[in-house]
Design a protein around this ligand. Structure first.
Ligand SMILES: C[S@@+](CC[C@H](N)C(=O)[O-])C[C@H]1O[C@@H](n2cnc3c(N)ncnc32)[C@H](O)[C@@H]1O
Length: 589
């Protein structure tokens, strides 16, 4: 059943009915609540008191209790999980005197703390949504009615915005008490953030060098839980105790990344990966973020499975490098350098309905299923991330119109040289004009990006930036024309097939795979970026692989994809990769 829009158990309802029946003022009720249960200011006003008294007095004794289902949002933590977290912390000998739940919701972390920490002297919960404040208070009453002999700390459940709460004041007032910050701050996606009441956000903030609401509206992929965690670290990192918060993995990664600069006094940084689908019915990678406060600043985080407590990896800083797996990185760091070939991103056109085609018999068909006749010259094979599954690609299903050979090139030539193509593009000009990105503003008609001499290299080695597959594809020309890639893909291009084959082999080697695994984060929007790929020192990879292995791989590609490549170009390939400076040194030696 519900009172004040909050779930309340039958036990608490019947208790309050009797308890309040004999009390006439809210001051007395508050005093008695404190004396009996340690709860401070249960009633914030006389109105609260009168209203609750009225509500419980009309409760019939024969109501059917509602099921204990989570009703308000997907992100209230279930009791099983909060209890498991608190039990685990207690087992780790964490015995706080003060517990702070920064956004306590319906209070399940507070109940778990009351059940598991016998040393508690004070509990503070903060929550913006009034029904949850009531539900937390009702749950606390229920807990003490069911566990009358339990230790009763002083408890304050504050109805307020966390951004107006002065955490530093608690640290000042209780400088010697061991503290535990525990909870699950709102994991708000950019979309959800927009739907939150603006009073629910800090008014002014220079969070990550963004200004106020700009930061809050998620322009920079802002996460409110990260802001809250940093606020808590600001207030408590020099205070003895621990922090244990359920947050998105990206929040933990950002905090550890920023540790190099922020140097919060936090140590023993750990991440316990939870199954968010099971616990919250959401597909977000999240974990329990734990650290010890008032420690020497750590810049690495050990990762465990929350349920088995098995260690998975450690990530963080190793000297000047931020890596996702410190052990694998240490094994493979010899190939961390600078790629001798420049990695490029594929073509961006933002006009797939018009620009992307398929060939059907004698004509082309666009994404709107329109049949079109066009000159062949500007049409090229086109691959997307999802096409890069095979080791070698010689044909593409999709085609693209290349209106330029370099960024910014005038496109008026199309009208004279390729009238059919021009008429088609012109007829669809509204689609080009509807492109939102500002990069197209003031540029020639039908402009594209990510195009240059490098796009026309006949042999390419490509990878999808989106998929965590660590798999590189050799892309060969189609009908003597180079195949293009879209802007979700990255590639290096070569004039000689031998070089492209050697590079494919080096990039698909075990050492490259292990290295890439050690520096990429699976929860990143783009797993592979130009920055990541530019770290692949192919020359060092070549030195780490035996000639025999290269030969074996060449034979495999020849046999399976009809190539006829051999090692005749290997030495010149290696020579091409030696930095110019080093080559000069060898000449003068
Ligand atoms: C992810 S839920 C978790 C609730 C609770 N900590 C738990 O683990 O079940 C986040 C809670 O934060 C509350 N909240 C959101 N913004 C807040 C703010 N600015 N101040 C205080 N509480 C807030 C929400 O109402 C919600 O109850």
């Amino acid at each position: 059943m519900r009172i004040f829009e909050a779930n309340i158990s039958l036990q608490v309802c019947m208790f309050l009915k009797e308890f309040l029946n004999n009390i006439s003022s809210f001051e007395i009720a508050n005093k008695k609540m404190f004396d009996d249960f340690g709860l401070i200011s249960v009633f914030e006003s006389r109105d609260d008191f009168q209203e609750l008294k009225k509500s419980v007095s009309v409760v019939a004794t024969d109501f059917v209790e509602e099921s204990d289902r989570v009703e308000y949002g997907d992100f209230q933590t279930n009791k099983g999980l909060t209890n498991r977290v608190a039990k685990y912390l207690a087992k780790e000998n964490i015995s706080p005197e003060i517990v702070i739940e920064p956004t306590c919701g319906k209070g399940s972390f507070i109940i778990a703390a009351l059940s598991n920490f016998k040393t508690l002297k004070k509990v503070v919960g903060i929550e913006i949504y009034k029904p949850y404040v009531w539900e937390t208070k009702f749950s606390i009453l229920d807990f003490f009615l069911s566990n009358p002999d339990s230790n009763k700390p002083e408890i304050t459940i504050k109805h307020c915005n966390i951004f107006d709460f002065d955490f530093k004041n608690i640290s000042k007032r209780f400088p010697d008490e061991k503290i535990l910050i525990i909870g699950n701050p709102p994991w708000v996606t950019n979309a959800k953030l927009g739907s939150l009441n603006s009073s629910n956000l800090p008014q002014k903030s220079n969070f990550k060098n963004q200004k106020g609401l700009d930061a809050m509206t998620g322009k920079g992929n802002f996460d409110i839980a990260e802001y809250i965690t940093l606020m808590l670290l600001d207030a408590f990192h020099t205070h003895d105790g621990h922090l244990a918060l359920l947050v998105k993995n990206s929040v933990i990664k950002n905090i550890v990344f920023d540790q190099k600069e922020t140097k919060y006094k936090i140590g023993k940084i750990k991440k316990y990966c939870i199954d968010s689908k099971k616990e919250f019915d959401v597909s977000v990678e999240a974990s329990l973020f734990c650290c010890q406060l008032n420690s020497s600043p750590s810049v690495e985080c050990s990762e465990f499975d929350f349920y088995s407590l098995k260690k998975k990896t450690s990530f963080g800083w190793l000297n000047a490098k931020f890596v996702s797996d410190l052990a694998d990185y240490t094994e493979t760091k010899e190939i961390d350098g600078v790629s001798p070939f420049e990695w490029r991103q594929g073509i961006k056109h933002d006009c797939s309905n018009v620009m992307e085609l398929e060939r059907v018999n004698e004509h082309f068909v666009n994404k709107l299923s329109e049949e079109i006749k066009l000159e062949e010259d500007l049409i090229y094979g086109f691959l997307k991330s999802s096409d890069l599954k095979n080791r070698v690609i010689k044909n593409s299903r999709k085609l693209v119109i290349l209106t330029q050979t370099k960024v910014g090139q005038e496109t008026s030539y199309i009208q004279h040289l390729y009238p059919k193509t021009y008429n088609y593009l012109k007829a669809n000009i509204s689609s080009f004009q509807a492109r939102k990105s500002s990069i197209y503003r003031g540029k020639p008609l039908f402009s594209i990006f990510g195009i240059g001499d490098y796009s026309f290299k006949p042999y390419k080695v490509a990878i999808s930036g989106l998929y965590k597959t660590y798999h590189f594809t050799l892309v060969l020309p189609q009908n003597n024309k180079p195949i293009m890639l879209d802007d979700t893909c990255y590639f290096i291009g070569f004039d000689k097939i031998e070089y492209a084959v050697y590079a494919t082999i080096l990039l698909n080697s075990e050492i490259t795979k292990a290295f890439l695994k050690s520096i990429t984060f699976s929860d990143a929007k783009r797993v592979f970026t130009k920055d990541i790929l530019m770290r692949l020192d192919l020359l060092s990879i070549a030195k780490a692989i035996t000639q025999k292995e290269i030969e074996k791989q060449i034979n495999y590609l020849n046999d399976n994809y009809g190539l006829s490549v051999n090692l005749s170009q290997w030495d010149s390939f290696i020579n091409e990769m030696i930095p110019k400076k080093e080559k000069q040194l060898t000449i003068f030696e």
